[in-house]
Structure formats: structure tokens, C-alpha cells
Design a protein around this ligand. Structure first.
Ligand SMILES: NC(=O)c1ccc[n+]([C@@H]2O[C@H](COP(=O)([O-])OP(=O)(O)OC[C@H]3O[C@@H](n4cnc5c(N)ncnc54)[C@H](OP(=O)(O)O)[C@@H]3O)[C@@H](O)[C@H]2O)c1
Length: 151
């Protein structure tokens, strides 16, 4: 997210940061990714090398290479039995919902404000504790922090 919590603008991600995209790929590769229908449409295809689950209330929605689920609990049930880390990868609506059940948050914060219309929710400090933080320099500088659920 940007420093003003923006994560999206007009259905797209407002930036492309190569090192951050590579980190997202390497962290999620081989795992299950869950995304909202609007995020799937902004990407336009399934993410290769991962089990893709798209959430939508639409009947007969087609997303080639993806499994469709009606809600987050159904997506968790669909998740392969041997999965040890399932990633919720947006957008704003889904992040908000997933925060109540997430065990870990990988959060990159860009060091400037960016205009947009979709936001990352506040991370409740009583529930999540920051366990690591790394600064990165790229097209835009950013800090990647990892938070874990306290209880
Ligand atoms: N910066 C980042 O890291 C990042 C990451 C991902 C996305 N984004 C950006 O975020 C924006 C999209 O976010 P958004 O909040 O507008 O949409 P979104 O969360 O991607 O998708 C919302 C849609 O997903 C479905 N959905 C979500 N929760 C559901 C639930 N619990 N049960 C059933 N269906 C559910 C619904 O689809 P139906 O309407 O079909 O029922 C809903 O309209 C885009 O601009 C995208 O580029 C940014």
C-alpha cells in the first residue's frame, strides 16, 4: 500500500515495483492464492504455479485456471489438504474481511502518498505484532513488514 493506505485506483494497481512483484511471486509460488473477483479481472488471468481461488457471488462466473468460491470459509475448505500457507491477495474488500482470520500479514508500505480509490484496512495493533521490517530501494522505496497474530 501507499503511505495513505491506497492499494488500487480505477480497477488497477497504481504502481509496478519489480522487486516487490518478485517477492510476491516467490512468497506465494506453490501455494494457494485467494482473490476477489475485481482483483482477478484486474490481473486478467490465473497466477501461474499457484492454486487460484476467485471469490464471487456471480452464478456461472468463468475464470480459466481458477476455482470459484462463494465466500472465504468455502475458499478455505476448497484449499488443498496439504497447504500450509494460504494467501489472500486482495483487493480491499477481501483484505478487510480476511483480517479477522489472518495469522500473518506481509505488508509493503511505499514511502509516499498515491492517489487511489481502494484502501488497505488498519492493522489492529492489539491483535497483530510486527515481527520483521526491511527497507527496499526500487523505482519507489518501500518497507516490507511482517506481522503475526498475537493470540
Ligand atoms: N496493491 C495491492 O497489493 C493490490 C492487491 C490486489 C488488488 N489491488 C487493487 O484493488 C482493487 C480491487 O479491490 P476491490 O476491493 O475493489 O475488489 P476485490 O476485493 O478484488 O473484489 C471484490 C469482489 O470480490 C467478490 N467478493 C469479495 N469478497 C467476497 C466474499 N466474501 N464473498 C463473495 N464474493 C466476494 C465480489 O465479487 P462479485 O461482485 O462478483 O460478487 C466483490 O464484488 C483494484 O484496483 C486492484 O488493482 C491492489
Amino acid at each position: 500500500m501507499a503511505s495513505n493506505r491506497v492499494i488500487g485506483n480505477r480497477g488497477c494497481m497504481p504502481w509496478k515495483i519489480p522487486t516487490e512483484l518478485r517477492r510476491f511471486r516467490s512468497t506465494t509460488l506453490g501455494h494457494t492464492v485467494v482473490m476477489g473477483r475485481k482483483t482477478y479481472e484486474s490481473i486478467g488471468h490465473a497466477l501461474p504455479g499457484r492454486t487460484n481461488i476467485v471469490l464471487t457471488s456471480k452464478v456461472n462466473y468463468m475464470a480459466p485456471g481458477c476455482i470459484i468460491a462463494r465466500d472465504l470459509p468455502s475458499a478455505i475448505k476448497i484449499c488443498p489438504e496439504d497447504e500450509n500457507e494460504m494467501f489472500v491477495c486482495g483487493g480491499g474488500q477481501l483484505y478487510k474481511e480476511a483480517l479477522s482470520i489472518a495469522d500473518r500479514i506481509y505488508l509493503s508500505v511505499i514511502h509516499r502518498e498515491i492517489a487511489g480509490d481502494v484502501f488497505f484496512p488498519e492493522v489492529p495493533s492489539k491483535i497483530f505484532q510486527k515481527i520483521s521490517s526491511e527497507d527496499h530501494e526500487d523505482i519507489l522505496s518501500y518497507t516490507l513488514s511482517i506481522y503475526e497474530r498475537v493470540t
